[in-house]
Design a binder for this molecule. Structure first.
Ligand code: UDP
Length: 315
């Protein structure tokens, strides 16, 4: 990747900031965009002095003015947490639709590679388990989560149209639940929520009975998968995630054990359309990219707790 020039949207976000770090470590130049609606400047502060890194506070739903020519366009800008996409449904739809179009236009203009981070939410509340890329999903098109699910489904369709119509070298990553340092403490997703509650010695809020399942991928594994996919010639979606599945109740108990506390659990209402089960089938990524997660849940959660502990100490 030495000498390459990358454009990354959502660069001040959780996964975006780790991707920028990785691209810089590979010797590339990075132009980073973020409108900071959910991203945080502190996530990229440590990169800002580097000669090959430029940050621009910019909303990619506006026509993107990014000077110079790019080799690779990465579209990560998105409001990925249910808490935020429920609070900003229009912005969420816009970043998946207009934002994707604007980033695709740059890739088309520059004959650059393009990767979009799509989501396991494309499968909705899945009737097929585990989810394989060829499954078309079970999405409520008018439910509360539809602003996220449908904008990503549209983004995938638009990406395929740019590939088919203009020959843009596109990739679609369907990201499953990912966690690690630089998730926002107030993000509302289950990993920061439980850790924040445990560190503050408050009860863990399990939604519903906690029988719904998820599988959690550590961020370094995710970034490795994205980079491999971004350099592949696969145009159809590829699942990236960790296939180790557990119920949310088990997950809450696991967090309690890890942090060495008796964490009481309180049950709160299950949000509407909350998927009952989710586990990626990663056979395609294994075969195609030689990729599979390396970091086990225990180690990943330990790193993440340390991060949240230091954030709370600063606050
Ligand atoms: N969840 C929970 N308590 C919380 C936050 C989330 O029980 O404080 C549950 C949520 O209902 C969902 C799962 O944890 O079933 C994962 O939620 P998250 O918001 O992290 O992401 P999702 O996978 O739903 O997009």
């Amino acid at each position: 990747m030495l000498g390459m020039r990358h454009l990354v949207s959502g660069a001040a976000g959780f996964i975006g900031s780790h991707l920028c770090e990785r691209l810089l470590a590979d010797g590339s130049e990075v132009v980073a965009l973020d409108n900071l609606i959910t991203g945080a400047r502190r996530n990229i502060e440590h990169l800002e002095g580097k000669p090959k890194f430029t940050f621009r506070e910019f909303d990619v739903t506006k026509p993107v003015e990014a000077g110079g020519k790019f080799d690779h366009v990465w579209h990560l800008a998105s409001l990925a947490s249910p808490k935020f996409y429920l609070a900003y449904p229009i912005e969420t739809l816009e970043s998946g639709s207009t934002g994707t179009r604007n980033m695709l236009e740059i890739a088309r203009r520059d004959d650059a590679r393009f990767l979009i981070t799509s989501t396991s939410e494309c499968y909705g509340d899945p009737l097929e388990h585990p989810q394989v890329e060829t499954y078309w999903g079970n999405v409520n098109p008018v439910g509360l989560r539809s602003c996220y699910d449908e904008s990503k489904r549209y983004a995938e369709a638009l990406t395929m149209a740019y590939h088919r119509t203009f020959g843009v070298r596109t990739n679609i990553a369907r990201i499953f639940n990912t966690y690690g340092p630089r998730m926002a403490l107030n993000d509302g997703r289950v990993v920061p929520a439980f850790m924040d509650q445990a560190l503050r010695k408050q009860p863990l809020t399990v939604f519903g009975e906690g029988k719904q399942t998820r599988s959690f991928c550590y961020v370094s594994d995710m970034v490795e998968g994205l980079v491999r996919l971004g350099n592949s010639e696969e145009r159809f979606p590829v699942n990236l995630g960790n296939p180790v599945e557990l119920t949310i109740l088990e997950f809450a108990q696991r967090i309690g054990r890890l942090m060495g506390i008796e964490a009481p659990i309180v049950h709160e209402p299950l949000p509407s359309d909350d998927p009952k089960q989710r586990q990626p089938n990663i056979a395609k990524a294994k075969t195609l990219l030689g990729w599979e997660p390396k970091v086990n849940l225990e180690d990943g959660l330990r790193e993440t707790v340390e991060y949240f502990r230091s954030r709370l100490a600063e606050a």
